[in-house]
Write a protein that binds this ligand. Structure first.
Ligand code: 5HY
Length: 248
């Protein structure tokens, strides 16, 4: 099976890291295609960034459909464009926040999300609510860490994440930790060993959950809300996003 992992920001080093983590989690025989869109923000840290990352993300889904990809992972903790991507795709589409939160609910009673900037905490709460995971979510915490500091080996990003994780374990009554950024995926295993509790990154959880869905022969339902978008003309910069009139 072919799984396309889309990092909606345009920082190639983070995409390479996400791709390596996804391949490490994938079964033998699963081909992981890790990409960044040709357009969009270098990092996603606001609703504005999410909105402007979404067209590029959807262009990658459309390209995947033309190439016969089996499933897609949106590798950004805000799960930007998830519903629109599901409308476009035949195969299953997951977001890393959705995947990580569900995985956490399978193996613990309460999880804390440790994310980057405080201003993104609202979106994490919103997603926990939307996914029915709010009752498992003890708290959402932020390290006040710009996303791209995760790409800077000189930054003390890991130490700041460890400190926030320790505060969560001391104060939140949680028994599982969820990493709130795709750029933290490479830290997951060593953090879990150091902290002695399950730590979940949505990239690994997402790939393995998608493999299960594809193996079950499950595809995105095209009845009702997630049916293929209706073809219509688009204007200006959006013209290339106009969908053909032919049924798929
Ligand atoms: C992410 N931003 O996973 C989110 C994390 C965040 O560029 N990749 C990003 O802060 O919401």
């Amino acid at each position: 099976m072919r799984i396309k992992v889309i990092n909606p920001n345009t920082t190639q080093s983070m995409t390479d890291k996400i791709g390596a983590c996804a391949r490490a989690a994938a079964r033998p025989g699963t081909e992981v295609i890790a990409v960044s869109p040709a357009m969009g923000p270098v990092s996603i840290e606001s609703h504005y960034d999410e909105a402007l990352a979404t067209p590029g993300l959807l262009a990658e889904i459309a390209a995947g459909e033309a190439a016969g990809v089996d499933a897609y992972l949106i590798a950004c903790f805000g799960d930007p464009g998830l519903k629109a991507a599901r409308e476009l795709a035949r195969g299953p589409v997951l977001g890393i926040a959705e995947a990580a939160m569900h995985a956490a609910s399978f193996i613990g009673s309460r999880f804390t999300v440790v994310t980057t900037l405080a201003r993104t905490m609202g979106q994490a709460h919103h997603l926990a609510e939307a996914y029915g995971m709010a009752r498992f979510c003890a708290r959402v915490r932020a390290c006040e860490l710009p996303v791209l500091e995760l790409e800077d080996p000189r930054s003390n990003a890991r130490a700041r994440i460890v400190d926030e994780c320790r505060r969560a374990l001391d104060e939140d009554g949680c028994d599982v930790l969820v990493l709130g950024c795709a750029g933290m995926a490479d830290l997951c295993r060593s953090l879990s060993e150091e902290l002695g509790v399950p730590v979940i990154d949505g990239v690994s959880a997402g790939v393995t959950l998608l493999e299960s869905l594809v193996s079950l022969g499950l595809k995105t339902s095209k009845r009702g809300e997630l049916a293929h978008p209706l073809p219509k003309p688009m204007t200006g910069l959006m013209q290339p996003f106009a969908l053909g009139s032919g049924a798929r």
